[in-house]
Design a protein around this ligand. Sequence first.
Ligand SMILES: *[C@@H]1O[C@H](CO)[C@@H](O)[C@H](O)[C@H]1NC(C)=O
Ligand SMILES: *[C@@H]1O[C@H](CO)[C@@H](O)[C@H](O)[C@H]1NC(C)=O
Length: 288
Amino acid sequence: MAAGLWVALSALRVLFLLLCVEPWAEGGKVLVVPMEGSHWLSMRKAVQELQARGHQTVVLAPEVNMHIKGDDFFTLKTYAIPYTQEEFEDIFLRQSHLIFESEHFLKTFLKTIIILQNVSAFYQRSCASLLYNKDLIRYLNDSSFDVVLTDPVHPCGTVLAEYLSVPAVYFLRSIPCELDFEGTQCPNPSSYIPRLLTRNSDHMTFLQRVKNVLYPLALQYICSTSFAPFASLASELFQREVSVVDIFSYGSVWLFRGDFVMDYPRPIMPNMVFIGGVNCANRKPLSQ
Ligand SMILES: *[C@@H]1O[C@H](CO)[C@@H](O)[C@H](O)[C@H]1NC(C)=O
Ligand SMILES: *[C@@H]1O[C@H](CO)[C@@H](O)[C@H](O)[C@H]1NC(C)=O
């Protein structure tokens, strides 16, 4: 009799505990603002995992895009942009392969500038279509998201997160022009951190170090033309002066799709987390 009562009491206690715990175990609401192309393919895996862990995810994408299609593990929300599918494919598919051609660096550099300008003009116009879409902004604001998960390489999701006053978590490989270092106020010595396009390693001769210092100056031009329009978009929206670095600094946590097996050593900050393993979600065994 006593044992029976004890069992019943234990069961009640467990039920009570479950009732208490259940509301805390409830998932969060995540707004995902991905980047097009291959960037989305690794983020998609993270979104799938979020859903598996009980979070609700809404993925926001322009109507015209490459890989971001609806799926059963997220809600897809699209918005209209002033581009047709043909214009979009022209910008991305026909030009982007040029980046991977190995030619004289000056030629690669000039081509890269033109492509980047064209691609960022596309993103700025899409971003403005998103931020000035009153119905969509009202819907997003009313949805009270807990967090915005975004790839900041084109920082529209970041501006959106700040506009909605929701914290942002970045999911990225890197941002050109050391903006990831500046946005996190991370030390960034030119003496051993190889700069983009230099093909330097972390061990440099004197001349390689000179190259390492000079290349970023030229890249600066590309980045200011690529990112400055987002700063003016944000300044207009927030009615105050917003710089490019201000935009990137909004991120609370930076998830880097990198790993020091593949990357050279560098200083990091406490809000930087390296998650290179997500790139191996779809793996094939090596051949003999
Ligand atoms: C951008 O792309 C469009 C479409 O391919 C092209 O007509 C235009 O000349 C390009 N602009 C630049 C600056 O390359
Ligand atoms: C979101 O809603 C709040 C409360 O109604 C409002 O104060 C705020 O201005 C809205 N934000 C945007 C971006 O519309």
